[in-house]
Write a protein that binds this ligand. Structure first.
Ligand code: NAD
Length: 260
């Protein structure tokens, strides 16, 4: 029980990677807040965790809305008293070459990843500072926080930006015993990736099988997808690490796609 009674708010956790992190944290004793766009989906995920013996609450939250984020955190604090862990995970992808990219699509993607990370970080820090319990903030970066791919300009830009935000939080949060780290996964087969396989195939003029083998997994050491469970294990490591010795870092979990 590495996270017994810790209150963990995870954005975008009705699906994919966030959902796996919520399950893992609940198995380790945390009270998990499933914050996602759709209230019904968030409640459904929370109820499934409760049915398995965990503690969870669904919360409707669009991370780009200052009022929804602040109200959502206020509800969690009114219910549980504080927030100990934030996983800023909500995200989307957009495939387009820069010369065809609409300004609105650029702004939308940056808002979800960067405005969302800022707004949830600010709300979490206010709670962590006031409670004097410290805390852990984890950003869902990507190999695209370190490396570029064609057709993903706003995503690569936003994911690089999260590393900057994380380092500032690590510096400002230290005196309050708040640490911040970034997880950088390679390709994980979630709805986000399932959607882009045909989109990339169309843009690149290849079969979907070739997109997987020759684009997505080409640089891995073994041609394997990273799994949601792999990412959840890294999240648990960051969330449960007890001191500021591990802060301001980014860890790549990608079957060796990118090594540093
Ligand atoms: P997913 O599509 O399965 O889940 C994303 C979740 O985010 C969904 O539940 C969605 O409703 C939610 N979401 C989207 N916009 C939101 C908003 N404005 N407010 C609140 N919630 C919102 O995708 P996933 O693959 O699990 O992605 C989760 C995170 O992991 C993203 O930040 C993504 O960039 C990152 N990531 C994914 C991969 C991968 O290969 N799947 C690799 C590296 C990083």
């Amino acid at each position: 029980m590495l996270l017994k009674d810790k209150v963990a708010l995870i954005t975008g956790s009705a699906s994919g990677i966030g959902r796996a992190i919520a399950n893992k944290f609940a198995q380790q004793g945390a009270i998990v807040i499933i914050a996602d766009l759709n209230e019904e989906e968030a409640n459904k995920a929370a109820n499934e965790i409760i049915a398995e013996g965990g503690k969870a609450m669904g919360l409707a939250m669009n991370v780009v809305s200052e009022s929804e984020v602040d109200k959502g955190f206020a509800k969690v604090i009114a219910t549980y008293g504080h927030v100990d862990i934030l996983v800023s995970n909500a995200g989307v992808q957009h495939i387009d070459p820069i010369d065809k990219l609409k300004f609105d699509d650029w702004k939308k993607l940056l808002a979800i990843h960067l405005d969302g990370a800022f707004l949830t970080t600010r709300a979490a820090l206010r709670s962590m500072y006031a409670s004097k319990r410290g805390g852990s903030i984890i950003y869902m970066g990507s190999v695209h926080s370190k490396e570029a791919s064609a057709l993903k300009a706003p995503y690569v830009t936003a994911k690089h930006g999260l590393i900057g935000l994380c380092k500032v939080v690590a510096k400002e949060g230290a005196e309050h015993n708040v640490r911040a780290n970034v997880i950088c996964p390679g390709y994980v087969k979630t709805p986000l990736v399932e959607k882009q396989i045909p989109e990339q195939a169309k843009e690149l003029g290849m079969s979907e099988q070739d997109v997987i083998k020759k684009v997505m997994l080409k640089e891995t050491v073994d041609g394997e997808f990273t799994t949601t469970a792999d990412v959840a294990d890294v999240a648990l490591f960051f969330a449960s690490f007890p001191t500021n010795a591990l802060t301001g870092q980014s860890l790549i979990v990608s079957h060796g796609w990118f090594m540093q």
